[in-house]
Design a protein around this ligand. Structure first.
Ligand code: AHR
Length: 512
């Protein structure tokens, strides 16, 4: 009897497997929410070789540069259409005193970077250098104010120095330092990780500190961003929303930080960025996909206090975090970036798009040489990582209108645990619908029956990012192993087509 029972179950499971089907419906006529271009934002901290070496080499460097900024990196960022860049941290921001980084470089004091490797920096990259860099690459700056070791007055002075045009001591000082016109900075973060490196505060205390700072940090068209939770700290979200409920005009965004570790703990080894098998791959994707549930739970709390959605969720630190590369300073957080990271980026960005009604910005950590970087440099050499190519491919969604997607997908199962096999999102821009998909499964092609509702399309074109192995990456001085290639898909007929996505790959299809 028992044997009969077990064989019936096995037969049933095999039946499900044979009939398992992926179906995706694009509801083009229901497109209404704008995907803010800032969801494709980046983060640059004084950490390791992100700023010095990665972006800024100084005018006297042998590395080709424009006013001290690496020419290769400038060109790569322009091509990527970086919409917003956060600076100067991270943990560094709460040790940074902006007045140390203005005026003649030879007079600037040095600073010891206590959080990241204990190295001494000469402050040659300061407010002018950052904001001029943003102008050069055509990006919006997002400045992080020092709350941990700064003062309200220091913050007010910075805002006046950067943004005011009327006669006041700070705008006069800026002019003396060579910049006549103010810069247009609309994103201001008040503190960073105040629950941790930014002051070890409790949410009730920080909510009051935030109110104090935000009342003085004033300017036209400013978006002030409060420190939000880390990953699953729902209590922080609850207390912040409660604490700011009667002062919603002071807060336009609440941040969320969620890093993907291939392990379940911050202590001990986090695993190699290049040497891993399917077990680590699966865990990495699982700890990435969880962000969907985290976002939905944080949003439910925000909806309770702010049903009109006046306060946005800003995911201003996300990405993979592995062990530092062997032989590098562990405080520099330098890692490689493989096909696995491309899948991680595609999962996150698709999830952010699908929550564009509340998520108005996201910033991957970090733009060059740190954590899940889009660019890596070594001396005069530079590579574009697999993550760079995902951002470039997904640029079609910047400021486009979200198309709701209904997706029924097979599971990717590993040792009894499961994840959706496919993650997707879509948008509409000038009559063209762009669909981005990723197949998480490293062992199987995913075949998707696609239905297009509410629009008549007759042609499709597509691109793909994939590689032979999940461990493949782009190395210095070698041809790129992972980049964007053209991909063949059928044209839709009567609103239907089948898309076959190769194992562990990211695909973008456009319908016209
Ligand atoms: O991105 C590296 C660090 O991670 C940031 O400085 C900090 O905000 C976070 O803990």
């Amino acid at each position: 009897m028992r044997t009969l029972f077990i064989s019936s179950i096995l037969f049933f499971l095999a039946f499900i497997q044979l009939n398992a089907q992926n179906t995706l419906t694009l509801k083009v006529d229901q497109a209404k929410t704008k995907i803010s271009k800032e969801i494709y934002g980046h983060f640059s901290e004084h950490l390791g070789t992100c700023i010095y070496e990665g972006i800024y080499v100084g005018e006297n460097s042998d590395i080709p540069n424009i006013n001290g900024y690496r020419t290769d990196v400038v060109e790569a960022f322009k091509e990527l259409k970086v919409p917003v860049l956060r600076w100067p941290g991270g943990c560094f921001a709460d040790t940074y005193h902006w007045k140390d980084g203005i005026g003649p470089k030879e007079n600037r004091p040095s600073i010891v970077n206590v959080h990241w490797g204990g190295v001494t920096e000469d402050n040659s990259f300061g407010t002018h250098e950052f904001l001029d860099f943003c102008e050069l690459i055509g990006t919006e700056p997002y400045l992080s104010i020092n709350v941990g070791s700064g003062t309200v007055q220091e913050a007010v002075d910075w805002v006046q120095y950067v943004t005011t045009d009327n006669e006041n001591p700070m705008s006069e000082l800026r002019k003396q330092n060579g910049r006549e016109d103010p810069w247009n900075v609309k994103f201001w973060g008040i503190g960073n990780e105040t629950w941790g490196c930014g002051g070890d505060m409790r949410p009730e205390y920080y909510a009051d500190i935030y109110r104090h700072y935000a009342g003085y940090v004033r300017g036209h068209d400013f978006q002030k961003i409060a420190v939000g939770p880390s990953s699953n700290d729902f209590n922080w979200t609850e207390k912040m929303m409660q604490g700011l409920q009667d002062k919603k005009h002071l807060v336009q965004g609440l941040s969320l930080h969620h890093y993907t570790l291939p392990t379940n703990s911050w202590s001990g080894s986090k695993g190699s960025s290049t040497e891993f098998g399917e077990e680590m791959y699966f865990k990495t994707l699982k700890n990435t996909y969880v962000v969907k549930e985290l976002i939905e739970k944080h949003l439910a709390i925000m909806d309770k206090y702010d049903p009109q959605k006046r306060v946005s969720l800003i995911v201003d630190e996300w990405g993979t975090w592995y062990d530092a590369l062997p032989g590098t300073n562990p405080g520099f957080l330098q890692q490689q970036n493989t096909m696995r990271d491309a899948i991680v980026a595609a999962i996150n960005l698709n999830i952010f798009n699908n929550h564009a009604d509340r998520i108005s910005m996201a910033n991957i950590a970090q733009i060059v040489n740190v954590l899940q970087a889009v660019i890596l440099t070594k001396g005069p050499e530079m590579v574009k990582t697999p993550t760079y190519h995902v951002f470039k491919m997904f640029n079609v969604h910047q400021d486009a209108t979200l198309v709701p997607v209904e997706l029924k997908s097979e599971q990717y199962t590993y040792e009894g645990e499961s994840l959706p096999g496919v993650v997707a999102s879509a948008s509409l821009n000038n009559g063209v619908t762009s669909l981005t998909l990723c197949n998480l499964n490293p062992n199987k092609v995913s075949s998707i029956e696609c239905n297009i509702e509410g629009a008549q399309y007759s042609t499709s074109s597509a691109q793909i990012i994939n590689a032979e192995y999940i461990t493949d990456y782009n190395d210095f001085g070698k041809d790129e192993k992972v980049n964007i290639r053209d991909f063949k898909v059928e044209n839709p007929k009567n609103g239907k087509l089948k898309i076959e996505i190769p194992a562990h790959s990211v695909v973008m299809v456009q319908f016209k």
